[in-house]
Write a protein that binds this ligand. Sequence first.
Ligand SMILES: *Cc1c(COP(=O)(O)O)cnc(C)c1O
Length: 388
Amino acid sequence: MKKIYFDNNATTPIDPEVFDAMMPYLKEEWGNPSSIHWAGRGARKAVEEGREAVCKLLNCTGLELIFTSSGSEGDNHAIKGIAYAKKDKGNHIITTKVEHPAVLNTCKALAKDGFETTYLDVDGDGLLNLDQLKSAITPKTILITVMYANNETGVVFPIKEIGEIAKGRGITFHTDAVQAAGKIPLDVQKLGVDLLTISGHKLYAPKGIAALFVKRGVRLVPLIHGGHHERNRRGGTENVAGIAAIGKAAAIAMRDMDKEAAHLASLRARLEKGLAERVPHIKINGHPEKRLPNTANVSFEFVEGESLLLNLDMKGVAASSGSACTSGSLEPSHVLLAMGLTHEMSHGSVRFSLGKMNTAEDIDYLLEIMPPIVERMRGMSPLYAGAK
Ligand SMILES: *Cc1c(COP(=O)(O)O)cnc(C)c1O
């Protein structure tokens, strides 16, 4: 059976170059980077080089980077770290309705300690209204956390403009850039952010390694207390092989980003145009231009997204929907609902997230198998019979 992977926003395969870069630290160079003897020296060097490479991608200094275990940890560290560090100044956080659960549930959890969160709306294209952001700010606002690019739709938010608003009001600004990393430029100086999260496994490095940029001078309460690792900001012996891997992944992203973005954009256009020509009653979700080049979120009217995914899986195609399957009941995507889609259209949506290994042949295979699958599924829908 063919195996085609269109779920790169969920996780990416490990780039062979990245795999080669991390292997020595699982074999010969197994030392503890904190050790001053021979066994630790190679490991320490790997940590320093990995840090330097990630800093180049973000355009920051080594003092401004904390390695974490995941993007979720980075988001938690940024949000809780700022909330507790600034709790004497205020208790108000601003975010959006379309964030990743790592942000939404962190803000929710802070409610028990008296923090209050405003969740900004998005419009039908998935975009924010910056006037709503400005009017949400109060003297108690200590943190704005807004994602760079949405994992479900690929919609990109105007981080630079939000950074200017935050700065003008003396508010700390964090962005979850997990989906943006490697796909669009991530210069923290140009973006004007105070904190920024990335994660290795969305960037062709393995799971279990990620990084948080913390601008010089920004004080953060640690999430994990321990030794002197990461300048006392995150306890725990460094994930040396993971750091070597994310460093390599960052270097590759810098080297190949322009070429890859063009490749992904042309594949995505082929996919969206092809589907629109072959399958009636579909809607492409998210602003047509202000989007990552790799993500296509498509609603298929009169079709149940989960069943569509199962049918695609049987043909070897891996994609996903925004729905979370919780205790047998399917909750529609919070992102699509916030964009004003009906429950039916949200349930009928599928996310195709392309990656650098995908080819035009992969897209053409999808375009070949999709129309009969959708037609067969709609044939069983009484609603479709009525609509035809
Ligand atoms: C995947 C993802 C995360 C979480 O990263 P992990 O490393 O899987 O914990 C956070 N934010 C966004 C936008 C993501 O896509």
